[in-house]
Write a protein that binds this ligand. Sequence first.
Ligand code: NDP
Length: 372
Amino acid sequence: MQPLLLPVTLEFLITATWMVLGFIGVLFISALVLPGLERRGYPLPNGQTKDYKLYGMTFFFLLHIALGIATFGFGISLAPIVHHFWSLFIVANVLAILWSLALYLYGKRNGPVLKSETGHDHPLPGWVKDLWFGNELNPTWLGVDLKMFMYQPSLLGVYLIVISFAYAQFERHGAITPQMWCFVGFWFAYLFMHYVNQEFMLSTWDITDENFGFMLVWGDLVYLPFLYSLPGFWIIDETTPFSTLQWALLTAFFLIALTLCFQANWQKERFKRDPQAKIWGKPAKTIGGKLLISGWWGIGRKLNYTGEVGVYLSFALCAGLSHWQPYLLPLSLLLLLTQRATRDDRKCRAKYGPLWEEYCRRAKFRMIPFVY
Ligand code: NDP
C-alpha cells in the first residue's frame, strides 16, 4: 500500500505552494467577480458601519459543483491533499507569517486606519501587539474586506482536507466507512448551517472588535484547516465499520450540538437586527433593551460556545474511542473558547456596566451549568 503521507521535499513544497496560492487566488478573484449578499455590518468602535458582500454560500455551492464535475467527469481525486499534508502545512505557516507582515506594513500606510483596542490591555510592546493582534480592524484590498474573506480559504480549506480523507480511504481500502461518511457529512452540515445564515458572522466578536493580524491570519490559514481536520488520520485506516446504533447515536448527539450552536447564534443575530424579534415564538425579553435574555441567552451566557464544542466532539468521536489524539480537537477548542469567553466577558462588563452585572445574575453560567 502506498504511504499515506509523502515526505517533505523541495519539489513537494513547490507543488504545495502552487496548491495553496492557486486555491486562495481563485477564491480572491471569485470574491471580486461573483455575486453575494450585500449586508450592512454593526457599528464599529468609531460608531461607523461597514457594508459587506457575503459570498460564502456561493463559494460553497460552486465548490460542490466543481467537485462533482472533477470527480465524476474527469476522475480527479482529492487524495493528493492528504498525501501532501505536511508540505501544505509548512507552506501555510510561511504564508501566514508573510501575510501578517504585509498586513502590519499595510496598516502603517498614511491615511486613516481604524484600529480596535478592545481586549488588548496586555503589557506587551506596541509593535508586538500590532503584529500579533493586527494594527487595523478592517483592512480592505480592491474592495474586499480581508478579514471576512479569509474565512473562505479557512473553512473551505478544512472541508477540502476532510473530503480528501474520504478519497484517500477509497483509494486505500476500496470503500468508505460509515464513520468516514459521518465525518464528511457532519462537516457538510456544519458548514451549510454556517453559510445558510452567514449574516450572523457580522455580529461576532472577530468582526466587530478584533484587528486583523497574525493571531487571526494564522488561525485561518493553519490552526483551523490543519487541526480541525485531524481526526481524519484516525478514521482513514479504521476498516471495522461503525454499527448502525453507533452512527445513529453519534448523529443524534451531533444534531443536538449543532442546533444549540446555530440557534443561539441566530437568536442573537435576529435580536441585533430587530430588538422586537420573536425568540421561541415570544417577543424578545431584554435587559435595558440591549442584552437578550430570551432563548438560549437567558439560560447561559455562552451556550453557542457549548454547542460548538459539542460539534467538534462529534468530529472526534467519528474516530472511535481507541485513540486519544482526535480528542485534542475538542479539547483545544474548549481551551480557546473558555479563554475567549473570559475576554468577551471583560469586554462586555466594560461596555454594558450594571446591565452586564444584572445579566450575569440572570444567566448565571457561561458554558457549563455550575462549572463555568
Ligand atoms: P458571540 O457570538 O457570543 O459574540 C459575543 C458578543 O455578543 C459580545 O461581545 C456582545 O457584543 C454580544 N453579546 C453577548 N451576550 C449578549 C446578549 N445576551 N445579548 C446581546 N448581545 C450579546 O461570540 P463569538 O463572536 O466569539 O463567536 C461566534 C460563533 O463563532 C460561536 O458559535 C463560536 O463558538 C464560534 N467560534 C468558533 C471558533 C472556531 O474556531 N470554531 C472560534 C471562535 C468562535 P456587543 O458588544 O456587540 O453587544
